[in-house]
Each structure stands twice: as structure tokens, then as C-alpha cells.
Ligand binder design. Structure first.
Ligand code: UDP
Length: 403
């Protein structure tokens, strides 16, 4: 069992001491987190780590998951895409489906938190149960250019909250409530990110029939059009003309994402004529994700839209050279030519990949810088501190909380 103290060698004793101080101030407050899936995707990933650590700090933290059928998740997936600015056909009936499932959740969810921390749009309507307790809406999505109809619908709920939290300054919205900007984080000691012995990495490669005889370019991400797996294949094909290499496109589905299998089939179809493209449908297995990221020579994340992009954070922490699109939270993580390479197109991605394959020393320098950037800004301990400050701020008329 990982304890807070185990983070000291990574972040230093002062950081841990600050956390203990803040936690004491939250004594007696129940913090109830609510989202729509316990597994898959970035939100579940973060909650799985934050909740136990808050509990170790004696904060009364809880996590509940709302229910929803296939239709509800199809609608919320459409909302998700539309909030990212994709052209989705939204019917009036979709709002009815959303409200029907929301009514069931409103009826069935026990609200007991002094602070209710609601993640993303799926459970947003639970705000109808607001009493004298504090409610925060945590938006993990890039809403810099949202579909107006969907945002307008959600906004009516958002403004009833006490505060809203966004992951990046460009995602903030015009709202009559307080807004906070908090970046997500990764846990350096989780199965997803901890150091791995070489034989574990090799074991996973063997399981998937991959050998290390050529450099590996890898995108490990849900099979989702917004992650642009076909764009990754297109970039790889350009690179392959000059540098012999192989491509891993690996990912599992999330329970609240019904589109995954369809996208995977499209990728399989495109990959079938090249034995150096490994399209892998992964089980939910953090060690395997870790091993594949570590096995990669270069990590690519060619998303068309992105929330924060935790896969990039994970890759940088592993000191990997990363090529990633300049979307969502990725530019917060990658300073171009310092902690990775940003790209804006298939051609740009291919150019960056070739550059890294041809200059291993430069690639290593970018990876090392990336790891330090993550250590200073995107580890779980910084996230924990900002959440606790946020909770305390809700009880304070002024925006300052003193340690
Ligand atoms: N992930 C995983 N298995 C997969 C694909 C992704 O565990 O097959 C994890 C990935 O390592 C990261 C998270 O899911 O921790 C994805 O978060 P990100 O912000 O990159 O994107 P999202 O999926 O939330 O859009």
C-alpha cells in the first residue's frame, strides 16, 4: 500500500508537510466526488489515486458513480464531442434522454457531502439536489470552442454551482460563479507510472508479438476519432519511407464510450497491409500501458482535441521524447523544442518523428527536460494541494487561504 511518505524522495519533505497542514483544516468536512465511470479515461484515473491519499490525510473523501444506460452514454458522448467543437447532430430528443437518466440519478443518488465535487457533464444535473452544502463542477473537457446549444443547456446547471474548475485558462467560460484553473496530474508511484524492470517490459512486448529490432513509435490512447489514430498511421507511413521503424497503436475502451470498437476496426483495416503496425485492443491493465510507454522510442499523441492529455504527462514522466498536437492542455506540458515537439498536422508530426529518430541525443534531452517539467508541475501532490485549497476557499469569503 502506497503512503504519502513514499512521495518524499520524489517531491521533497516540504511538499508533504504542506499537505498535512491543509488536510487538518478540512477536518469534519465530507467530500463527495461524483462521476460516470469507475474505469477508463482520465477522470477515473485521477480519482483512483486522489481519493485514497485524501483518506490517508484523514480527509473524509468519497467517490460515487452515477448510472446510465447505453442511450444515455451515447448522448453524453455526443455532448462530449460537441463541447470539443465537433459537428454533432444534436436532437431535442437527446436532451430528453439526458434528463430522463438524470432524473433517475437524482432520485437514486444519496447526497451526503458537505462538499459535492461533480466531474464532467454526465452527472451535472445532480445540482438539483443542492441544499446548504457546497457544490463544485469540475470540467475535464476542452470547452474553448463548444457547441453553443449543448453548452447553453449545461450552463443552466453550471451556474447553480458554487464554483467551476477548468484544466486550462483557455477553457474558462463567461460564468457568474467563481472559476478555478487546476491542471490534472499523474501518480508517479502507480502501476501506470512506476519504474519497471526490463523483463516486465519485454514480457508485455512478447505477449503482443512485438520485437525490439526497430525503433518503436507508440500512441497509447483510447480508440477515439479525436485521438486521430488514422492521422498517426498517415504520419508513420511518411516516416517509414526514410526510417525503418514500427508503430504501436494501443488502447482500450472506456465504459462510457460506445464508439471505441468502431474506431478500432477502422484502424485494424488500415493497419492490415503493414506488419510493422501493431493495433492492439488493450485490457484495462495499467502495467501493460506503463510497459508499452516505456518500450517506445518515441511517444506520439496526435489528438485533434484534448482535455489535458494525461498520456502526454505519463510519457514525459518516463523521460520519453514526445511528439504531440498543440491542442487542449498539451502546450502546458510541452514547450516546443524544450520538453518535446508540438505539431499541427500529419506532415508536421512526420517531420518531428523523423527529426527525433535521426537525433537520439536531442531526443534524450527533450525527454529529460519533460520529466523535470512534470516533476515540478503535474504530479499528484501538487494536485492534491490545489484541491484542498479549493475546498477551503469555498468557506472563505475572500479568495485567499493561508497555510
Ligand atoms: N489509458 C489506459 N488504457 C488505455 C488507454 C488509455 O489506461 O488503453 C489511460 C491513459 O494512460 C491515461 C488515461 O487513460 O491515464 C487517458 O487520459 P487522457 O487525458 O490522455 O485522455 P482521455 O481518455 O481522458 O480523453
Amino acid at each position: 500500500m502506497i503512503e504519502l511518505q513514499d512521495y518524499t524522495p520524489i517531491v521533497g519533505q516540504n511538499v508533504i508537510d504542506d499537505l498535512r497542514l491543509l488536510a487538518e483544516k478540512l477536518e469534519g468536512k465530507a467530500i463527495q466526488n461524483i462521476n460516470s465511470t469507475a474505469v477508463g479515461g482520465g477522470v477515473a484515473e485521477i480519482l483512483n489515486r486522489l481519493i485514497p491519499l485524501l483518506q490517508e490525510l484523514n480527509v473524509d473523501a468519497h467517490w460515487d458513480v452515477i448510472k446510465g444506460g447505453e442511450q444515455f452514454f451515447e448522448v453524453t458522448k455526443k455532448f462530449h464531442n460537441a463541447l470539443h467543437g465537433l459537428n454533432e447532430e444534436i436532437r431535442s430528443h437527446d436532451f430528453d434522454i439526458f434528463m430522463e437518466a438524470s432524473s433517475n440519478n437524482i432520485a437514486q443518488t444519496n447526497i451526503y457531502g458537505d462538499i459535492v465535487f461533480v466531474h464532467d457533464p454526465q452527472p451535472i444535473a445532480l445540482i438539483k439536489k443542492k441544499g446548504s452544502n457546497k457544490w463544485i463542477w469540475r470540467c475535464h473537457i476542452d470547452v474553448s470552442n463548444p457547441n453553443r446549444r449543448v453548452w447553453g443547456f449545461l450552463r443552466d446547471f453550471v451556474i447553480k454551482y458554487d464554483a467551476a474548475v477548468f484544466s486550462s485558462p483557455s477553457f474558462s467560460q463567461r460564468l457568474p460563479i467563481r472559476q478555478f484553473l487546476i491542471s490534472p496530474s499523474i501518480d508517479p508511484l502507480s502501476d501506470k507510472n512506476k519504474e519497471l524492470p526490463e523483463d516486465v517490459i519485454n514480457g508485455v512486448l512478447k505477449k503482443y508479438g512485438i520485437t525490439k529490432d526497430k525503433p518503436i513509435i507508440a500512441q497509447i490512447s483510447r480508440f477515439d476519432r479525436l485521438k486521430d489514430p488514422l492521422g498517426v498511421i498517415a504520419a508513420y507511413k511518411q516516416v517509414k519511407k526514410y526510417n525503418d521503424c514500427q508503430l504501436i497503436l494501443a488502447g482500450g475502451g472506456a465504459k462510457d464510450d460506445p464508439e471505441g470498437i468502431k474506431v478500432f476496426e477502422e484502424v485494424k483495416e488500415k493497419a492490415k497491409e503493414d506488419k510493422d503496425i501493431h493495433a492492439l485492443l488493450l485490457p484495462q491493465n495499467d502495467l501493460e500501458v506503463n510497459a508499452l510507454q516505456r518500450a517506445a522510442t518515441i511517444i506520439i499523441q496526435k489528438s485533434l482535441k484534448e482535455g489535458f492529455g494525461l498520456t502526454v504527462t505519463e510519457a514525459l514522466w518516463k523521460a520519453k521524447p514526445v511528439v504531440a498536437s498543440a491542442v487542449g492542455g498539451i502546450p502546458l506540458q510541452i514547450k516546443h523544442k524544450y520538453s518535446g515537439l508540438l505539431c499541427h498536422s500529419v506532415d508536421g508530426a512526420a517531420f518531428a518523428l523523423k527529426q527525433l529518430l535521426n537525433s537520439p541525443d536531442y531526443a534524450k534531452k527533450l525527454g529529460d527536460n519533460g520529466r523535470e517539467h512534470v516533476r515540478n508541475n503535474f504530479l499528484l501532490t501538487r494536485h492534491l494541494k490545489e484541491y484542498m485549497l479549493l475546498f477551503l476557499t469555498l468557506y472563505n469569503d475572500k479568495d485567499m487561504v493561508y497555510l
